[in-house]
Design a protein around this ligand. Structure first.
Ligand SMILES: Nc1ncnc2c1ncn2[C@@H]1O[C@H](COP(=O)(O)OP(=O)(O)O)[C@@H](O)[C@H]1O
Ligand SMILES: [Mg+2]
Length: 328
């Protein structure tokens, strides 16, 4: 079945949260928490993203979490984190997925005293390109590509996750979503967009991996000031961080404000990115087959101890939001 059909079929298995033993806390998501758990009957460690229903309903994002589950479950790519099943009770929805033992790229980044080598950056970015190629071929936009949504697995390979902003967009859309520092100028202008969204964020991602700073914006600035900077700031490559000429050239072509001229959107689509000289020493087929050794010193995440009863209810109550989450 093709990806689009798998999304429409909505066949993600449903399980009961009782089937899992919660081991500890990994991270706080926007609407709840991410925990490490053991799926007892499968004797397998996994990760559960817990999101609070009333919080989701109040924020009017029930549709996005249903899309998140449908799309991420349907994806079958070595570079996209697998969702295994979903659960829900009167309080929360639960998305059960594979466990990235090395956490996300941002945590790896923060723990590293020195910068990633250009070789490591290229290795990660090549995999993100393969994930985007897979999604864009079926008109799926991720719309929230960033370090914290890229997970590192035990084999040292990465997978894209967090499909909370993803959407199937056969034509164009102008919905304002994403993360401020990664937003492309056309989204700020509310001009209808397509795959160019993810392509711009790929440019931001490469820049951040090299510089540990955003290309135009600053965390301390207001949104208004950041939006101005994205629309008219000058792109500079401070010399403190060596970046090859080819890497600079690709980043400039990705951070092209005119969408029709942006590499990856213009003629050739994502293939044009793969053919860029920066990737001349990358064999995408070998990466696709995971034949390239990954030895970049990623670190194990330690789940923190937690009392699951804070998040997961023991008392059964009538679910006030049953109708809103029928499709989850
Ligand atoms: N499958 C996973 N394996 C390991 N860590 C994960 C996994 N999924 C999420 N995380 C951690 O939890 C964080 C939040 O998860 P995410 O799906 O991005 O939620 P949110 O929508 O709240 O951003 C991630 O940035 C990552 O650190
Ligand atoms: Mg996230």
């Amino acid at each position: 079945m093709a990806l689009k059909e798998r999304i429409a079929a909505n066949r993600c298995p449903r399980a009961k949260i009782k089937e899992f033993d919660i081991n500890g806390y990994i991270g706080g998501g926007g609407y709840g928490a991410v925990v490490e758990a053991e799926w007892m009957k499968k004797k397998r460690l996994c990760v559960i993203k817990i999101q609070n229903k009333s919080h989701l309903v109040e924020s009017k994002v029930t549709e996005s979490v249903i899309r998140e589950k449908k799309i991420q479950y349907a994806c079958r790519s070595a570079f996209i984190c697998r969702v295994r099943c979903s659960c829900q009770d009167w309080k929360n929805i639960y998305l059960v997925m594979d466990y990235a033992l090395f956490g996300d790229l941002r945590k790896n980044f923060q723990e590293k005293k020195d910068f990633f080598t250009e070789r490591a950056i290229k290795f990660c970015v090549a995999q993100v390109v393969l994930a985007l190629e897979y999604l864009h071929a079926s008109d799926i936009l991720h719309r929230d590509l960033k370090l914290e949504n890229i997970l590192v697995f035990e084999d040292g390979y990465i997978k894209l996750s967090d499909f909370g902003s993803a959407k199937q967009v056969p034509g164009t859309t102008a919905t304002f979503v994403g993360t401020v520092h990664y937003l492309p100028p056309e989204v700020i202008h509310q001009i209808p967009y397509r795959t160019g969204f993810d392509i711009w964020t790929l440019g931001v991602l490469i820049y951040v991996l090299f510089h540990r700073d955003f290309p135009f914006t600053e965390v301390s600035w207001s949104n208004a000031r950041n939006f101005d900077a994205i629309q008219s700031g000058t792109l500079t490559f401070p010399g403190k961080r060596p970046m090859s000429e080819d890497a600079i050239d690709l980043t400039k072509q990705l951070l092209e404000r005119e969408v029709s001229k942006r590499i990856g959107v213009a003629r050739g689509g994502i293939k044009a990115i793969k053919r860029h000289p920066w990737f001349a020493d990358i064999n995408f087929i070998h990466i696709f087959r995971k034949e390239v050794p990954s030895d970049f010193g990623f670190k194990h995440v330690e789940a923190r101890e937690m009392d699951p009863s804070i998040l997961i209810p023991e008392v059964k109550m009538r679910d006030p939001f049953r109708d809103e989450f029928i499709e989850f």
